[in-house]
Design a protein around this ligand. Sequence first.
Ligand code: PLP
Length: 405
Amino acid sequence: MVDYSKFYSKLAVNIKASEVRELLAIISKRKEVISFAGGIPDPNLLPKDELAEIARDVILRYGNIALQYSETKGVHEVRETLCGYLYKKKNINCDPEDVVITTGSQSALDLIARVFIDPGDLVITENPTYLAAIGAFKNAGAKLIGIPLDENGMKTDILEKKLEEMPKEQREKVKYIYTIPIAQNPAGVSMSLDRKKHLLEIASKYNLLVVEDDPYSYLVFDDNVDKTTLKSLDKENRVIYLGTASKILSPGLRIGWVISSSDIARKIELVKQYVDLHSPTLSQLILSEAIKQGVIDKVLAKAIPQYRSKRDTMLKAIKEYFPEYVWYSKPIGGLFVFAYIYKERFDAGLLLKKAIDEYKVAYVPGGSFHVDGLGRNSMRLNFSYPTYDQIYEGVQRLAKLIQET
Ligand SMILES: Cc1ncc(COP(=O)(O)O)c(C=O)c1O
């Protein structure tokens, strides 16, 4: 037998499993387990008939393009359609030349890390933040600095103080501030307009880039939430904007997009040339047709009320069954509730196996979303995928787990 260990790179030796990906693989085989784990859209909201028709039409009409290799940045007409959509929906002014279509926004996070990070460089994030962004940045050798959030998003006063107090040579190593300003994953909060402006002022003052990850601004349920994108406020072209079709159309298409300056877009394109040549041409054309035919708008018209009512169901069940020492978020949008269990020695990571095997319920341990090793007493609960009955039953199972351990 070959001992492979001497062949592995430092990255392969040190890489940690993505808890969500591993969990999804286990749970998909265990139908009796109620899963609050992945950020998975409700299967009933996937526009199967519409996409089947579009896919057939795209292949028959544009087969010589759709089934072929295409430009690394993405099919030009698709980038044009996307820019039109982003202008209409998000007030983002983009030129197709500044767009790179990626294989989901996860691949954009990885490409951005490769473009900007040398080992030892610093990235500032919200704390907690999206676990697979933490993974992508760390794989590139970044060290992460976490900034706490409250119901108005990242606490930009703390961000400013931190940068102010940093020794200059350390500050020079900060490459970008990564933020999910609207319906943040996992915290479920949105940044106020004042803080968005403050964040951009800080980026300008300290000459930093901002990576704005925006999968969830389409899925905001409450009024009075500021949905202005940082990119639409960005006068200095510091913001690198990431979007995705995953939560608003279909994650299986694996299509995301990055809007940046032409300079940065070119660097991302060059790195992408060696990663995957280009993202799937067929998926790109399906996305473009779906935008033109209003399919995304139709999905959203159903998804917003449905996710709102699933969120309400989860919050109602939590209120009814969780003990009073649990603090939980009241998300204004997105797909998740985040909970902290203030019980001595409660460790959601250590308890996960027991939760799945004995209580038949799964969640993502909250420690994975924290950049500082804290949050072991927290968990993220998804409400978009389970049915209403499963939400109610799953919360009761979790409540038992919390009370009995
Ligand atoms: C904040 C955030 N960014 C990026 C992604 C990656 O999504 P995808 O690669 O499917 O576009 C997710 C998925 O859950 C997410 O929550």
